[in-house]
Design a protein around this ligand. Structure first.
Ligand SMILES: Nc1nc2c(c(=O)[nH]1)N[C@H]1C(S)=C(S)[C@@H](COP(=O)(O)OP(=O)(O)OC[C@H]3O[C@@H](n4cnc5c(=O)[nH]c(N)nc54)[C@H](O)[C@@H]3O)O[C@H]1N2
Ligand SMILES: Nc1nc2c(c(=O)[nH]1)N[C@H]1C(S)=C(S)[C@@H](COP(=O)(O)OP(=O)(O)OC[C@H]3O[C@@H](n4cnc5c(=O)[nH]c(N)nc54)[C@H](O)[C@@H]3O)O[C@H]1N2
Ligand SMILES: [Mo]
Length: 743
């Protein structure tokens, strides 16, 4: 073992022995740490890391230790709520709430068609929930509007993989970190956002001196402080950086020509497109000294193995997909993919965001099926026993597009499951106004900023109170067992979806109920049949096997039930026209290619190089707004704090938002540490205390996004802009302009 030793991080709060420990997976972040839940008197009383679990060796992140506290919290909702004529929320029975929902759903579909109905879900649920959303949404409601907070999170992972390799699924796996010679963390701060994953790398480094770590981040984050090389680029310049580095590598001939010849297309076009990107020019645009760029190019050009992770510093940008495709280009050119210690590891953020894409609750059709390919749709129609013609098709509509549709009155019903968009969406005031005119259902165990606009609130069972599977950031499927019964009066998300389908009277072609499974495990068995033969084949998995093995990487077909650590080991990519999950999009504009166009490139199982042009963020700093606004996370909180805000320890460590500011800027603005200031962007203004910090460069500020209840908490998403990447439609949450005013 390159890292370790084994530990058993534990947090229990009870006297005397616990009754039992129940197998589970951490429900915070995408690493998928093995956990066990402590139960006493049918109550969750603690958690521990699962010791002999390969992913975490018993380690737990600081938030994970407190993640059971919200389950027992007094503020939990235990009954559905319906908003009355006076605008107040009133308790209702499940029958009343579900009947009202069904009545409104029928009215909406009748008035506006299936596409008047939107389901906006999550990356924190179970595959069985997502699969049910896919089926109820696509075959029941016949809506094309299935989106999720994964649009804000990992839509770019999907699109950069579709563009380069033809299908979703990250090529590398966490095991590759244990043998890689070089690891590049690109717009990723795992020391705060994936602490166990970061420990894995750092513990190995302490023992062996390897890997060499390159960090690409405009801030000197905790992660950057541990790097061998920190490329502190100008915000929004990921593409120029990668173009410059790749050109340098190609100029030195550090490429795997046989791999390029045999397994890729469009290499020459990509190479030609880099010609303008000398290191001098890359340095001008990124403001990284040429010597550092040379050092990075040398390391990336010579290393025999390389894992590149990407996360929100890459994804939440206006050229998100291009930057990630440029990283794929580098791995392909160097032949560093499909081998131990090598491959792009475009991350997930939430514990099961990739899982939602895999089973088709968001993005393309279930089992990596291409909505533009009639054969794929026919497959699904056969598997579900429904008419192919009735299945909705067309390019995906992301949440930002949907906000626009709400403003135009095109959406009548918005079902919000397991996410809190009125804190997490960019330009949230606009989003709030748009939602106010729509019938909104919010499925959440707590009152949140979003329940403010809800017409009905459904309180679901939480983690530990339900059974199902999740998919982590490296294609590992884990099973989470039910530790305790949910509190009286709440249903699981799964039960709500199944009940909705029944009440709506959705049927298949033979008039039988569309959903015939009753338990999550039965749903998983049905999903397995849908996955058969596809990239995410799970036919070799069972709940019991997942528990015994502490998780299994897909694909795990019947013939290989132990799963597959790494994709593309044989250099065969999923780009054959009949196999591809997408026909791809034009890089610069995002226009989808037609089947004919795709056929004309004839990738036929080869990976695809793409030119990655630089356009720069649509919003730039200017006199009135001279500072770059960067946003992101703190180690102490989970997103909108509906859970971590209930832990007294975590809340004490980070009770409020603040603005990180360089001391030079503080001096110019004549503000001191802890002084309250107004931060103003073209969209709004918030008041927060200053935190003078060497982490940010002059001209840049950083504000964590965890805050934003309407009762006076400062939400940075009053300031952010809702511009999106043209391919993934992921919003540009990391780059906006702002100014600071002294109060
Ligand atoms: N503690 C904690 N951990 C979490 C979460 C949480 O809420 N709290 N959430 C989970 C989720 S869902 C996600 S998606 C992940 C996110 O995990 P990360 O992506 O690691 O976290 P962020 O802080 O959003 O952003 C990462 C970095 O991007 C940098 N950045 C900004 N602009 C640029 C740029 O132009 N180029 C580059 N290269 N970098 C830039 C920021 O300075 C920041 O340090 O974290 C997961 N883990
Ligand atoms: N400015 C800025 N904004 C950002 C980001 C950023 O970096 N900067 N990051 C973006 C990213 S990557 C992400 S992932 C999003 C996250 O943003 P959100 O998804 O909006 O945030 P969460 O707080 O995770 O919301 C999850 C909700 O689900 C509820 N919940 C908990 N358990 C259950 C359950 O079992 N069932 C149901 N139905 N509900 C449950 C919680 O109480 C909570 O209200 O934020 C995005 N917004
Ligand atoms: Mo995320």
């Amino acid at each position: 073992m390159q890292w370790g030793p084994y530990r058993t991080d534990t947090h229990i709060d009870t006297t005397g022995a616990v009754d039992r420990w129940v197998h589970s997976t951490c429900n915070l972040c995408s690493i998928g740490c093995g956990t066990e839940i402590a139960v006493k008197d049918n109550q969750i009383v603690g958690i521990r890391g699962k010791t002999e679990h390969d992913i975490n060796l018993g380690r737990l992140d600081p938030k994970a230790k407190d993640q059971w506290i919200p389950n027992n919290h007094a503020t939990r909702l235990l009954s559905p709520l319906i908003r009355n004529q006076q605008g107040e929320l009133e308790e209702a029975s499940w029958d009343e709430a579900m009947d009202l929902i069904v009545q409104k759903a029928k009215e909406t579909v009748e008035e506006k068609g299936g596409d008047g109905f939107s389901i906006y879900s999550t990356g924190q649920g179970f595959l069985e929930d997502y699969y049910s959303i896919a089926k109820v949404g696509r075959a029941g409601l016949k809506t094309h509007l299935l989106d999720a907070n994964t649009r804000l999170c990992t839509a770019t992972t999907e699109w950069c993989l579709l563009q380069s390799f033809g299908a979703d699924g990250v090529p590398a796996a966490f095991e590759d970190l244990d043998v890689a010679e070089t690891v590049m963390f690109f717009g990723h701060n795992p020391a705060e956002t994936g602490t166990v994953f970061f420990d894995r790398v750092m513990e190995r480094k302490e023992k062996t001196g390897k890997p060499t770590i390159i960090v690409v981040d405009p801030r000197e984050t905790l992660t950057a402080q541990h790097a061998d090389l920190h490329l502190q680029l100008q915000p929004g310049t990921n593409v120029p950086l990668m173009n410059g580095l790749l050109r340098e590598i190609l100029h030195h001939g550090q490429v795997d020509q046989p791999f390029i010849d045999e397994h890729t297309i469009h290499y020459e076009e990509m190479k030609d497109s880099l010609e303008g990107w000398s290191l001098d020019r890359a340095s001008d645009v990124t403001r990284i000294p040429v010597a550092q760029l040379q050092e990075a190019a040398r390391q990336l050009g010579h290393t025999e193995s390389l894992v590149s992770t990407t996360l929100q510093g890459a994804f939440q940008s206006s050229d998100a997909t291009a930057a990630c495709v440029a990283i794929n280009n580098m791995h392909l050119a160097r032949g560093l993919i499909g081998k131990p210690g090598s491959g792009p590891l475009h991350m997930a953020g939430q514990p099961s965001s990739s899982g939602n894409r895999t089973v088709g609750g968001v993005g393309t059709y279930p089992g990596n099926r291409n909505p533009e390919n009639p054969d794929h749709l026919q497959d699904i129609a056969n598997l579900w026993n429904v008419e192919q013609e009735a299945l909705p098709v067309g390019p995906e509509k992301g949440i930002i597009k949907q906000i626009e549709m709400m403003e135009k009155g095109k959406i009548g019903f918005f079902w919000n499951i397991h996410t809190n968009p009125l804190v997490s969406l960019p330009d949230r005031e606009r989003a709030r106004k748009a939602m106010e005119d729509v019938f909104v259902v919010v499925q959440d165990p707590f009152l949140t900023a979003t329940t403010d606009v809800a017409d009905v609130i459904l309180p679901p069972a939480m983690w530990g109170e339900k059974e199902g599977t999740m998919e982590n950031a490296d294609r590992t499927i884990n099973v989470l067992r039910k530790a305790v019964e949910p509190p009286n009066g709440v249903w699981t998300d799964f039960e709500i979806l199944v009940d909705f389908s029944r009440r709506m009277g959705f049927t298949d072609q033979d008039g039988e109920p569309l959903i015939q499974y009753a338990t999550p495990e039965e749903a998983f068995e049905e999903w397995k049949r849908v996955s058969e033969g596809r990239p995410s084949d799970m036919t070799g998995m069972t709940y019991d096997r997942l528990e015994e093995a502490n998780g299994i990487h897909w694909p795990a077909p019947k013939t290989r039930p132990e799963g597959t650590t790494r994709l593309y080991a044989n250099g065969d990519f999923r780009t054959k026209v009949n196999d591809a999950q997408s026909f791809g999009k034009v890089m610069d504009t995002g226009r989808p290619y037609t089947q004919e166009e795709y056929q004309s490139f004839n990738p036929n199982g080869k990976a695809i190089f793409h030119a990655t042009h630089y356009f720069g963020p649509p919003e730039q700093t200017k006199e009135a707004y001279p500072l770059w606004l960067n946003t992101g996370r703190l180690v102490w909180h989970w997103h909108t704090r509906t859970k971590t805000g209930l832990s007294p320890d975590l809340e004490e460590k980070a009770p409020e938002a603040f603005v990180q500011l360089h001391e030079d800027d503080a001096r110019k603005l004549e503000v001191t540490d802890a002084e309250e200031v107004r931060v103003v962007s073209p969209r709004g203004a918030i008041t927060v205390p200053v935190n003078i910090s060497g982490e940010v460069k002059p001209g840049e500020v950083f504000i964590p996004f965890h805050y934003g209840n309407w009762d006076g908490e400062a939400s940075v998403n009053e300031l952010t802009i809702d511009a999106v990447d043209p391919l993934s439609h992921q919003p540009m949450l990391k780059h906006a302009s702002c100014r600071i005013e002294k109060i």
